[in-house]
Design a binder for this molecule. Structure first.
Ligand SMILES: Cc1cc2nc3c(=O)[nH]c(=O)nc-3n(C[C@H](O)[C@H](O)[C@H](O)COP(=O)(O)O)c2cc1C
Length: 191
């Protein structure tokens, strides 16, 4: 049997899949390639590994928001290209012909050409850095964001002041009906 140094042996376990991670600070958007990704549990928490050697990292620390976008196989050239140049000096969306699309709950762009886009917030790290106020709303993803924030802080609930904006009324299919603007006005009377 062939011996393999431990520094290389860990590479035998492919975390995958290869994804894009988009970030944005103000209007400056960026995109990088990440293969070191992992689903942590069912909450759903996702993890990926990166660090200060990448331009995206500062944006992630600053905004605590990113999109994990899953490219299709025919985007492999862009995957390698985006993973071998820096947003510090390149507008990678433009260079690789990708279309930024508006996300629902965060200010970071989706990648329209990708198979799927997952809007993410870095909640744990924010708490570690001393953030103790979280704000959500029932209209962010039709309640999805409230559920996500709830799951993410469930073991650290005492450390956080949690606010939510509410009053948006939807029907069972999730169609927006309006906003409750008076205590006495019932959702069924809104149009
Ligand atoms: C296939 C592939 C996989 C990569 N996986 C990772 C990764 O898991 N983590 C990481 O920090 N960088 C990874 N990189 C490198 C970054 O994408 C690369 O450093 C990129 O230039 C960072 O862009 P930025 O400086 O604009 O943030 C990967 C690159 C390629 C091509």
């Amino acid at each position: 049997m062939k011996e393999f140094p431990i520094e290389k042996a860990f590479m035998l376990i492919e975390p995958g899949p290869v994804v894009f991670v988009t970030t944005a600070v103000g209007r400056r958007k960026n995109i990088m390639t990440i293969s070191w990704t992992m689903v942590m549990d069912f909450t759903p928490k996702l993890a990926f590994v990166t660090g200060s050697w990448n331009h995206s990292y500062q944006a992630l620390l600053q905004t605590k928001e990113c999109v994990i976008a899953i490219p299709s196989a025919d985007m492999s050239e862009a995957v390698v290209g985006i993973g071998t140049c820096s947003g510090a000096d390149t507008d990678k969306f433009r260079k690789f012909g990708l279309t930024p699309a508006k996300a629902k709950a965060i200010k970071v762009p989706l990648v329209a050409e990708c198979i799927a886009n997952i809007e993410c917030r870095v909640i744990d790290h924010a708490l570690d850095l001393g953030v103790n106020f979280l704000d959500t709303a029932d209209m962010y993803g039709c309640g999805d964001n409230e559920r996500l924030v709830g799951q993410a802080i469930r073991r650290r609930r005492d450390e956080v002041v949690l606010a939510t904006k509410f009053g948006n009324v939807r029907d069972e299919q999730g169609n927006f009906l309006g906003v409750i603007w008076r205590k006495t006005r019932r959702p069924s009377t809104l149009n």
